[in-house]
Write a protein that binds this ligand. Structure first.
Ligand code: ZN
Length: 199
């Protein structure tokens, strides 16, 4: 842990991210399912709790003008990782609200003029919108597959692959294995969520 005095640019960036997170908290809260909806509820509830804790920490860092910036970025990455099991992957450059936030960071921190930042984001948006998000990495789909397995709607991995594999070919044991690995990863994430963060 290395605390350092934040530059004014970093403080502004933290404020923008915190404002964005406050909106995200409201969105997740309004979208929260009942606790019976496992594992979605467990994922969302943990995400929400961490998001709230972290937003409060950012606010404290802003006020003091001091923070561990490496830790700050590490925590943001962890939050994004957890989020990827809950919502479809979206690129900040495709989603307009997120694009606006990134644009503000370009202006506030990167010293860009507003029209330059806007142009840069529009350019990235066009490129990324064409390429699309890789479907094979879609963790929301893995959560749905796991739920089908848990509720015994679909009793085994080969049958699961028929419904949830997106390879686009005839599904075989490799598809079933891949899905099993993805579900194992989800199980380990869920196991970690149940462990308290600090003793
Ligand atoms: Zn397949």
């Amino acid at each position: 842990m290395t605390l350092a005095r934040l530059t004014p640019g970093q403080v502004r960036m933290m404020r923008l991210i915190r404002q964005h997170q406050s909106q995200e908290i409201a969105d997740v809260e309004s979208d929260l399912p009942t606790p019976e909806d496992y594992p979605r509820y467990a994922l969302m509830n943990s995400y929400l709790r961490r998001l709230k804790d972290y937003t409060a920490e950012i606010e404290a860092g802003e006020k003091l003008g001091i923070a561990d910036f490496d830790e700050f970025q590490k925590r943001l990455k962890e939050l994004q990782d957890l989020r990827s099991w809950i919502y479809e992957p979206i690129s900040p450059f495709i989603d307009r609200e997120r694009g606006k936030m990134i644009g503000n960071v370009f202006v506030e921190v990167g010293g860009y003029r507003y029209d330059q930042a806007y142009e840069r984001i529009e350019k990235s948006r066009t490129v990324l919108a064409k390429s699309g998000a890789p479907l094979s990495d879609n963790r929301v789909r893995v959560v749905r597959a796991f739920k089908a397995l848990l509720t015994m709607k679909i009793p085994n991995y080969p049958r699961l692959a028929e419904d949830f594999c997106v390879c686009g070919k005839v599904h075989d044991h490799r598809c079933a294995d891949r899905l099993r690995k993805q579900i194992d990863k989800l199980k380990s994430v869920l196991g970690e969520l149940e462990t308290p963060l600090s003793a």
